[in-house]
Design a protein around this ligand. Structure first.
Ligand SMILES: Cc1cc2nc3c(=O)[nH]c(=O)nc-3n(C[C@H](O)[C@H](O)[C@H](O)COP(=O)(O)OP(=O)(O)OC[C@H]3O[C@@H](n4cnc5c(N)ncnc54)[C@H](O)[C@@H]3O)c2cc1C
Length: 424
């Protein structure tokens, strides 16, 4: 197959990049699973926005403090300054954020100094991503291929010319492109307990390691403090931080509070691990008691329903919670236009690292960051189109990918371990 732009992954970052490319460019988007099976669909809490100029310093400081001041200040500034434009785009695609009359309703999450998060019930990700997906499906220049797994890059002399992948029948195909965008999401599938989809196994990182593409901060992995405790491993159900933002409290087995629930995620997760160790328990408890029942029903209907299915009524009793792997701050190193160290190759969303989040991501900054830098990638692709030579030859090498899945997973896990050792 041949195309102008190839995008690997159809979460918010991949879709929004496609939607920001001109209609005269042929775009192929491939995804390893069904189009609706991305972490973007799972996002609960919301998306940050700069409410007004008076909030700039505080939004900036909250992001930097949560990231232990290891953030890239330039990326943080770009993200915050672009946020209003992104929200306006989303609204133009039909995304419906909670309102109070004509005005947006803002919620708050841990480590935010004030409410600045737009939301749609507790399914903000589904609301945003389904609208982007609908729009992408409507556009005639965009072809979406489901159940197609990228297994390698087609590249020569540090120039990317597309990918090799297999379809659901295991048949290998190459897709040649002028520009390739990696939008493959996080790495939760490498962990026993994670809130991520199991098929998100850091494939783009494995390929970056294979082809010497620069990576950054790959041992910066976020553990979310509150996922519903259950005995079986697999995808864990997230109890959004906005629940604590609205007043829910953490309790130990004696019913005592042991931490300020609104501290940054890593601090709260560590306090929970310490408490579990001290008490010899498998989990702690989260009580919704301070939140009025009406608000639980309107703001958190899916959390309420899911917990009921698991046998807990959050309006009447605390629920058992435990920290789980949740987000990947590190990734493929990119510049302010989402360009990787390989020519004609971009990376956007959770698989990339532009340094916005530093060592720990502030709640609800991920959807925003993914969208902001996906749009910048699209803009950069457009401005670089004129530099291409026509009639270039592309060599797709013969390949043998037997056992690649385990090999790729091991490569990423080993690289993370090595990075951890360096930091110790
Ligand atoms: C439970 C949960 C709640 C969250 N809540 C929030 C929130 O409230 N606010 C917020 O800002 N962030 C939140 N996040 C984080 C946020 O949802 C993600 O960081 C963001 O959606 C990532 O988008 P993405 O486009 O990078 O990747 P994803 O949406 O994960 O998409 C990745 C895509 O890549 C495809 N893919 C992967 N590997 C391959 C391959 N080898 N070949 C082909 N395709 C491949 C996948 O199939 C998928 O389509 C949450 C995350 C989770 C898991």
């Amino acid at each position: 197959m041949k195309t102008d732009v190839l995008i690997v992954g159809c979460g918010v970052s991949g879709l929004y990049c496609a939607l920001n490319l001109p209609s005269d460019k042929k775009i192929i988007i491939v995804t390893k699973n069904k189009a609706t099976k991305s972490d973007s669909f799972l996002a609960q809490g919301g998306i940050c926005v700069l409410r007004d100029e008076r909030d700039y310093d505080s939004f900036y400081e909250d992001t930097m403090r949560a990231g232990h001041y290891e953030n890239n200040p330039d990326s943080v500034e770009i993200m915050i300054r672009s946020s209003k434009e992104i929200i306006a785009d989303l609204v133009s695609f039909g995304v419906n954020f909670e309102k109070n009359g004509e005005k947006f309703n803002y919620t708050r999450e841990g480590a935010h100094s004030r409410p600045r998060i737009l939301f749609h019930e507790d399914e903000t990700g589904k609301e945003i991503t389904s609208h982007l997906l609908d729009e992408a499906t409507r556009r005639r220049n965009i072809t979406l291929i489901e159940n197609f797994t990228m297994v390698d890059l087609v590249c020569e002399n540090n120039v990317c010319r597309g990918i090799i992948g297999h379809d659901e029948n295991g048949e290998y195909k190459s897709i040649v492109a002028n520009f390739t965008v990696l939008a493959t999401g996080g790495i939760g599938g490498l962990f026993e307990h994670s809130t991520n989809y199991r098929h998100l196994t850091g494939d783009a990182l494995a390929l970056a390691l294979k082809h010497n593409i620069k990576l950054r901060d790959i041992n910066y992995i976020q553990i979310h403090p509150t996922t519903l405790y259950c005995k079986n491993s697999g995808r864990e159900f997230l109890i959004s931080e906005s629940v604590r933002g609205e007043g829910a409290i953490l309790l130990n087995s004696k019913g005592e509070r042991f931490v300020n629930e609104l501290l940054p995620r890593d601090v709260v997760a560590n306090a929970i691990f310490d408490e579990m160790k001290k008490e010899g328990t498998q989990h702690v408890w989260l009580s919704f008691a301070p939140i009025p029942e009406d608000e639980i029903k309107t703001h958190f209907p899916n959390i309420l329903e899911h917990c009921l299915k698991e046998g807990y009524d959050v309006t009447k009793e605390p629920i058992p919670v435990v920290p789980s792997q949740h987000y990947f701050m590190g990734g493929i190193d990119v510049d302010r236009y989402s360009k990787t160290s390989m020519k004609r190759l971009y990376a956007v969303g959770e698989t990339s690292c532009n340094g916005v989040h530093g060592k720990n991501r502030l709640a609800s900054n991920s959807l925003l960051e993914s969208l902001v830098f996906a749009k910048r990638a699209a803009r950069d692709i457009i401005s670089n189109y004129s530099t291409l030579k026509s009639n270039e030859e592309v060599n797709v090498n013969a390949f043998d990918y037997d056992g690649y899945e385990q090999e790729y997973k091991n490569a990423v896990l080993t690289a993370i371990e090595e990075e951890n050792k360096k930091d110790e």
